[in-house]
Ligand binder design. Structure first.
Ligand code: IMP
Length: 418
């Protein structure tokens, strides 16, 4: 098995968790390399629904060790709660199944306060962040004043770092923030004790795994168009969500990334603000939201819905170098008489970078025939209605990338492999 990077090809929520859960079955390691608990992966197993935000989606496979890599920002309290939740649901993770990089940066209470205060002050121009402190934590990291997991484990250093951070951020925090060093340090003590057994340097661990010939699955969070460089800036998250981010965020060389799988829904969704060329504001959009249950796994917000956007996916292919794609939630399109797909932006030769240019494109569509059959029980490509097969082939032909996996329902088994 090669080392595989799984990334979202759109604006997140493409169903990466399910694909990763499937691939994890044959993986020795699953590594998160960016983002934080802004992500939310819903795993449906035997009708039971598990939502994880920080723990990699390999969590349900006993033979798989999950790694939270150096590139992730970790809210230690949330991670502690997640471990407790998994234990309560019968999926307790021992330190041989989960490793937390001591170099990962922490999301601490002031990051949440700053994130929420900034969104409030932006009013109509808000980014629509998840409010989990992701942006401010990455800002501190890049500003060289971040606090890392290693420092959480050392109470004296932690106290110093919290004090420094509060002094630095004081002027930008809302006047009633109520954050205070001793109280923060005291609250973190039991969290540090909970996470200590899991915490260690992870770069050497992964290289040792590579040397042994173990295979590694790199699990991306969010999606290509939320990438801080390549996304619809400024309506983006604060990390590198593209496949290349897997190398930097885990400390392996790009040569160790053998295969890149891009996950795309059979249509498009987005949460938060920012341009969305194929967005539907009518009953069809409502239908996609209702049938696809398009509500954020992290914030519960209704997702904006629209048609599949091939210029966007073609650009995602350039940015990530897909070896294959997975086309998820095909079943949501069942029962639609005609399905539109964006094939070009009028008069635009290169993909527009940045939010302003993308907001102005005029989308050109083709319409494909829909299918009325329920496809949720299909397990082979040949079992799908002809129009559904044609839809898949249309996407493959446009991208020049095979669709190796097709999602036909919410359950972990509702997957067609080709
Ligand atoms: P942040 O990552 O919380 O700073 O939010 C920045 C933007 O990314 C907002 O539009 C969020 O809605 C979006 N975002 C962050 N994480 C996810 C995700 O996992 N799925 C979809 N959108 C996300």
């Amino acid at each position: 098995m090669p080392n595989i990077v799984v990334v979202g090809a759109q604006w997140g929520d493409e169903g990466k968790g399910k694909v990763v859960d499937h691939l994890a079955e044959q993986s020795r390691w699953v590594v998160r390399f960016q983002g934080g608990n802004n992500a939310g992966h819903t795993l449906v197993v035997n009708g039971e629904k598990l939502i994880v935000h920080l723990v990699p989606s390999g969590v349900l496979h006993a033979g798989c060790t999950c790694v939270i890599g150096n590139g992730v920002v970790v809210d230690p309290t949330v991670l502690g709660h997640e471990l407790d939740m998994l234990a309560t649901r019968g999926h307790a993770l021992e330190p041989d199944r989960l490793v937390l990089s001591t170099e990962a940066h922490l999301i601490l209470p002031w990051h949440l306060a700053l994130d929420q205060a900034r969104e409030k002050s932006l009013g109509d121009r808000k980014i629509g962040t998840t409010g989990r402190g992701i942006g401010p934590a990455y800002e501190d990291k890049v500003g060289r004043r971040g606090v890392r997991v290693a420092e959480l484990l050392d109470p004296e250093t932690l106290r110093e770092r919290v004090e420094e951070a509060l002094a630095w951020h004081g002027p930008r925090l809302p006047p009633d923030h109520g954050l205070e060093t001793e109280q923060i340090v005291a609250a973190l003590a039991p969290v540090a004790a909970r996470l200590r057994p899991y915490s260690r340097p992870t770069v050497g661990l992964l290289h040792e795994a590579i040397r042994r010939g173990d295979n590694i699955l790199f699990e991306g969070a969010q999606g290509t168009f939320l990438d801080v460089d390549h996304g619809t800036y400024p309506f983006v998250t604060s990390s590198s969500t593209v496949a290349g981010g897997a190398a930097a965020g885990s400390g392996v060389g790009p040569g160790a990334l053998h295969k890149v799988v891009g996950i795309t829904k059979a249509y498009t969704t987005r949460v938060g603000s920012g341009p969305f060329p194929t967005e539907l504001f009518d009953a069809t959009g409502e239908r996609l939201r209702a049938v696809g249950q398009e509500f954020g796994a992290t914030t519960g917000r209704p997702r904006r819905c629209g048609w599949l956007d091939l210029p966007m996916l073609q650009h995602a292919h350039r940015l990530n170098g897909f070896s294959a794609i997975a086309l998820t939630k095909l079943d949501v399109l069942s029962g639609m008489e005609r399905i539109a797909v964006a094939v070009s932006y009028r008069g635009v030769s290169d993909y527009p970078t940045g939010a302003r240019a993308l907001a102005q494109v005029e989308v050109e569509y083709v319409e494909l025939p829909g299918w009325s059959e329920d496809i949720r029980e299909c397990r082979r490509f040949e079992d799908l209605p002809g129009a559904c097969q044609d839809y898949v082939r249309f996407v493959e032909d446009h991208l020049g990338v095979p669709a190796e996996m097709l999602g036909v329902g919410p359950g972990r088994e509702a997957l067609i492999l080709r």
